[in-house]
Design a protein around this ligand. Structure first.
Ligand code: ATP
Ligand code: MG
Length: 651
């Protein structure tokens, strides 16, 4: 295969951990070695960090592959592990959540407070007839009751299906129907950008037509907007919870008892409802959370900016951090309300030490300029993380320098809704970091980058990322569709999981994620990675963000077409030059003439999913002059009309 990524063979600058960081790290130095020596024994040890009501004797049962059973004969309760356990260990006074509402209202919730609320909510769900195995849909803003609702479901063995609070009535309807949800938990409204979004009204619209299985809708008061309650069906959360008892004993469930259903973000097409179970999921989310984030639960203030509607919110806001007894920040609103300094203000006020966000946010701040974070004291930060998309080396460097004060490790973490937890990431106390690379599989995870025939690729070549051994937090299927799970993930390379992402291996054997395979371009017989060209563009001082697609081309098969968002701070220089021309040559110099974009379009914004990922398939339609495909998972569909109009008029 001729598709080389030359820089992967060069000596790139690396950032080793400081002696201080390594010597004060709580992460055992021999983790990698232990996992390599005895993979299953290693995972069993990690699982034993949890509280088991019945200890397991069997680690992995792969006889019904690809449907794994981990720790199958053990029993545990996820909610007990996330809350009761810490209170019983004497840490009830530790803050679990510093919550901040967008208007500035605040709540501090200790582990004891959280336990009280979760117990009452569990009693409430049971009083409404919700039992183990029933599905509860949660359509909520980022408020503490959302976490309470999730943990209350887990406590009684009900399966939650969290639906991102920005989704439409149709999305709620299809998810409620797909899983036969019995109960919906929502709020009157949510507050974002100073406006009220009527969540309850959206749920009403979703449930308007008959033919669903929802018996009750519980409504949490948040925005105080007016709502109408359907008698017999709808109930106020606060009124009901006042009537139930505050004692509740968490019963153990089998390790393979379903914990939740969650739909993928829909970057490539229709979302898939992935099913996750209890023991393995909790093992790997808590293990990766404490290891990759170097967690010191007594000292750290951790903040993951992801919404609970995405898998990152499930694994690295709810289950991983709470299972580890962390203190964390929960913020309700948007990053730019009242102004672009909001996140940094939060970091400064709570003394956030570990911050986990997405490249889209970092590139957004690169666009608006470093003078915004520079106004705040961010010296409490000791570790930064990134997830969701490849982080371009330039964005990595900016994040480390501007937010991390040029001193802290930045870990890039690769994983998916399907994998449940982080799969590829350096352990920052042990591995020298490389800007732009996720680097190494987590201990106990085994991956291989292969070509179309399933043969392992050589260093410097581009291939497909596969996972060759089962892992504890892997999805146990697509809800209600056994065949689709096998077909989607396990049929391309029998016996292996194929993630849909391209990757390269560098000369040290480290992994570089190169974007989705669906997005890979083929120009005159050469396969080119979108990530590589996008990184070359972002490397230029004019560019804050870019998206590259392959458009049909009569001579070369496909041609590279780039869409760029330019930095506001470079306005004068940009106006004095022919930016598209400058950028075409820049790519040519950085990667080679083969990668030079046929066109570079300057746009105000890129089309993104609601979780902030670039939707290249829509841009491909524009570049091909075709009608733009399905835009329902976009945050803002008007971005696409503006781009189409701009491209059609030749600007
Ligand atoms: P859909 O599967 O419906 O198209 P999605 O893949 O965007 O949606 P998620 O499960 O939220 O839904 O995202 C996982 C994907 O995000 C990965 O497959 C990968 O393409 C991308 N990704 C996540 N983290 C990283 C990372 N650190 N580096 C590169 N890509 C990443
Ligand atoms: Mg995906």
């Amino acid at each position: 295969m001729a598709d080389k990524i030359e820089h992967l063979l060069e000596d790139l600058e690396t950032f080793p951990p400081s002696d201080d960081f390594t010597s004060s790290s709580p992460v055992p130095a021999d983790l990698m070695a232990r996992a390599e020596e005895d993979r299953l024994g290693f995972w069993a040890d990690q699982a034993r960090e949890l509280h088991w009501s019945t200890p397991f004797t069997e680690v992995l049962d792969w006889s019904d592959a690809p449907f794994a059973k981990w720790f199958g004969d053990g029993t545990l309760n996820a909610s007990y592990n996330c809350v009761d356990r810490h209170v019983l260990a004497g840490n009830g006074d530790r803050v679990a959540i510093y919550w901040e509402g967008e208007p500035g209202d605040k709540r501090t919730i200790t582990y004891s407070d959280l336990l009280g609320e979760v117990k009452r909510a569990a009693n409430l769900l049971e009083s409404l007839g919700v039992a183990a195995g029933d599905v509860v849909a949660i359509y909520m803003p980022m408020i503490p009751e959302t976490v309470v609702a999730m943990l209350a479901c887990a406590r009684i063995g009900a399966v939650h299906s969290v639906i991102f609070g920005g989704f439409s009535a149709d999305s709620i309807r299809s998810r409620v129907e797909d899983a036969n949800a019995k109960l919906v938990i929502t709020s009157d409204g949510s507050i974002r950008k100073g406006r009220i979004f009527p969540l309850k009204e959206t749920v009403d619209a979703a449930l308007e037509a008959d033919g669903h299985t929802v018996e009750h809708v519980l409504v949490v008061r948040r925005a105080d907007n007016e709502v109408s309650l359907t008698p017999g069906r709808d109930l106020w959360w606060d009124e009901e919870i006042a009537q139930v008892g505050d004692e509740h004993v968490a019963k153990p469930f089998p390790a393979e008892h379903p914990l939740f259903i969650l739909y993928t973000s829909g970057t490539t097409g229709k979302p898939k409802g992935l099913l996750h179970t209890t023991g393995g999921y909790l093992t790997q989310t808590s293990f990766t959370h404490r290891t990759i984030f170097d967690l010191k639960p007594e000292q750290d203030v951790y903040w993951c900016s992801a919404d609970v509607g995405w898998v990152t919110g499930h694994s690295y806001f709810v289950y991983g951090p709470l299972a580890n007894g962390s203190t964390q920040v929960m913020y309700e609103g948007t990053h730019d309300t009242p102004d672009l300094g909001r996140w940094f203000d939060i970091i400064q006020r709570y003394g956030v030490t570990i911050f986990y966000t997405a490249p889209t946010a970092i590139r957004g701040y690169m666009k608006s300029g470093r003078q915004i974070p520079a106004k705040y004291d961010l010296s409490s930060i000791r570790l930064l993380g990134s997830v969701g998309e490849p982080i371009n080396p330039e964005a990595w460097a900016w994040y480390r320098e501007v937010i991390g004060g040029n001193r802290v490790p930045v870990v890039d973490t690769w994983w998916q809704t399907e994998t449940g937890a982080i799969m590829i990431s350096a352990i920052p106390s042990q591995v020298a970091l490389k800007p732009g690379a996720a680097q190494v599989p987590v201990p106990g995870v085994v991956v291989e980058v292969v070509d179309d025939q399933g043969e392992r690729v050589n260093p410097g070549e581009m291939g497909l990322l596969t996972i060759t051994e089962p892992w504890p937090s892997m999805a146990r299927g697509i809800y209600g569709d056994r065949e689709r799970f096998i077909e989607t993930y396990w049929s391309q390379f029998p016996g292996r999981y194929f993630a849909g992402d391209g990757a390269g291996v560098d000369k040290d054997g480290h992994l570089w994620l190169l974007g989705r395979v669906d997005d890979v371009m083929n120009v005159s017989g050469h396969r080119l990675s979108t990530t590589e060209i996008e990184s070359a563009l972002v490397d230029h001082p004019f560019v804050a963000e870019s998206a590259v697609v392959g458009a049909s081309d009569e001579t070369t098969g496909q041609a590279v077409v780039a869409f760029v968002v330019l930095k506001e701070s470079k306005k004068a220089e940009i106006e004095a030059s022919d930016a598209p021309q400058v950028l075409r040559s820049h790519v040519s110099t950085k990667i080679g003439a083969i990668a030079r974009p046929r066109q570079v379009y300057v746009v105000a914004e890129l089309p993104k999913t609601r979780s902030g990922k670039i939707m290249r398939r829509l841009l491909r339609d524009v570049a091909d002059g075709k009608a733009v495909g399905d835009t329902t998972t976009l945050t803002d569909a008007s971005v696409m009309s503006a781009i189409s109009a701009g491209v059609a008029s030749g600007t």
